[in-house]
Design a protein around this ligand. Structure first.
Ligand code: NAG
Ligand code: NAG
Ligand code: NAG
Length: 444
């Protein structure tokens, strides 16, 4: 209950400032009117003037050590990631840590809820605002009674999402996250056919997530391929025959590339590598394979690792060739199977390889897998993560990138700079980009 109060109080505070800001624009005030006004931090002072605050500002809360607070399944929309900032470490010792423990009963350690002062440092839940906004838009469209001024404030507050295009080049794990994103906001995704292209649009924001299904980095279509309907396997062929025709729909603000591209490939590769020596005909070219390689649940062979790493590099160069070398790319870290076992050794090999590729190719990492790993109960089957706390987390993580590329800056759970006041010739994405690319190799 306290969580609800904290979260909505913060939203209300921000909305109050949003309307203040609009008034200021009208009277022609400074271009760097900030938001919320009580924490007036001009974008320039965060990055471009001495002393720069880059070290404090370029901190992605989702990359910090922290605690994933999931109130319970029924209220998964309050799921928050609570980073461990200094204020937690320096907080006074909780009474239940007293030693020697007075009295006979043991200390009560049953409270599942972080104290509000730590919870309020969790990264902003954009999904919370978006759900409220979508309901108000819907009520207005249907002529129902609604809070029109709140709708107007939210329209402005969420304007940074307008006209944005996010492209996922990934497998069905991300496609489900896209489908759930639309469901949360009362819309349906369009999935043309399994393993092809799919998309989801939030019409009132002209915000679209597009999904290109990547079937791994394999370089040919083996005749033992187990998906008869999958005519194209390589990303080169899939691009030519399947993805290219959607270019008009995936291009966003700059007119030549999506505003953000999220990619990932691992589960298809893992199955391919695991199946290869079992499926290739006996007496064929791989008949001398030793027993160790025939074993499916194993690490990648060194050659497989080189294969995966190099093909991924080729994939990224291909994407850059299509959309430009300055395309904003984010690698989504690889989630293991629902039941973590030796199959996941390959997944870990591939995740580590993907991190070095990201680091070298100027790609940032959305480390969702780090937070999902171990939550077997949150999977819908052996590989797909279900709708609930983990999809909510995914959506908020993804939106934090869109907020940032539009000029938003969040620090210690507060909006330090809102994109609605962003006025600069600089590309806001680049302000912290190098820091995050350097961190791509961390954590694993
Ligand atoms: C929606 O966004 C796309 C991509 O940025 C843009 O090309 C298009 O003009 C926008 N549509 C409207 C109605 O603003
Ligand atoms: C993009 O980067 C690649 C690899 O560094 C380079 O060969 C290519 O010329 C670049 N393309 C453009 C248009 O700058
Ligand atoms: C939440 O849902 C998961 C998956 O259905 C289940 O395993 C878990 O026990 C549930 N937790 C609670 C507290 O209901």
């Amino acid at each position: 209950m306290s969580a609800i109060l904290v979260s909505s109080a913060r939203t209300l505070l921000l909305l109050a400032f949003a309307s203040t800001f609009v008034v200021m624009i009208i009277v022609g005030s400074s271009l760097f009117v900030n938001y919320p006004a009580s924490e007036c931090v001009p974008f320039r002072s965060l990055f471009n003037t001495e002393p720069t605050r880059r070290d404090e500002t370029c901190v992605d809360p989702y990359k910090l050590p922290g605690y994933l607070y999931i109130p319970d399944n029924d209220s998964y929309r309050l799921t928050s990631y609570v980073p461990f900032y200094d204020s937690l470490y320096d907080a006074s010792d909780p009474s239940f840590t007293t030693y020697p423990w007075p009295g006979k009963s043991s200390p009560d350690l049953s409270d599942p809820h972080p104290e509000p002062e730590f919870l309020k440092l969790a990264p902003h839940s954009w999904m919370t605002d978006l759900v409220v906004h979508a309901k108000l838009v819907d009520a207005a469209a249907n002529g129902q009674d609604h809070d029109a001024s709140r709708l107007e404030r939210l329209d402005k507050y969420l304007d940074w999402m307008r006209n944005k295009r996010v492209l996922m080049i990934a497998d069905s794990v991300d496609r489900y996250m896209m489908v759930y994103f639309c469901q949360e906001l009362g819309h349906s995704a369009t999935v043309e056919a399994r393993h092809t292209t799919a998309w989801c649009t939030i019409p009132h924001l002209n915000f679209t997530i597009y999904h290109w299904h990547l079937a791994g980095y394999y370089n040919y279509r083996p005749n033992w391929w187990w998906q008869a309907t999958m005519q194209q396997v390589t990303f080169e062929d899939r691009y030519e025959k399947m993805f290219k025709r959607t270019l008009g729909d995936v291009v966003g603000g700059n007119g030549r590339a999506p505003d953000l591209i999220l990619y990932q490939s691992g589960l298809w590769d893992q199955v391919t590598f695991a199946q290869k020596y079992a499926q290739e005909p006996d007496g064929g070219e791989f008949s001398s394979m030793n027993e160790q390689n025939r074993h499916k649940d194993r690490q990648l062979t060194w050659a497989e690792l080189r294969f995966y790493m190099t093909r991924q590099k080729q994939f990224i160069r291909h994407v850059k060739g299509v959309f430009g070398n300055d395309t904003r790319l984010v690698y989504r870290s690889l989630t293991p199977h629902q039941q973590l076992d030796e199959r996941d050794l390959m997944i870990m090999n591939m995740d580590r390889a993907s991190r070095i590729v990201a680091h070298k190719e100027g790609v940032e990492v959305m480390d969702w897998a780090r937070l999902v790993t171990g939550f077997s109960g949150q999977y819908k089957d052996h590989v797909h993560v279900n709708k609930g706390p983990m999809s909510w987390l995914y959506q908020n993580m993804l939106l934090s990138y869109v907020f940032r590329l539009a000029g938003g800056v969040e620090n210690l759970g507060a909006i330090e700079h809102h994109p609605m006041s962003y006025q600069s010739e600089l590309d806001p994405w680049l302000e912290c980009h190098d820091v995050y690319v350097a961190q791509a190799v961390d954590n694993r």
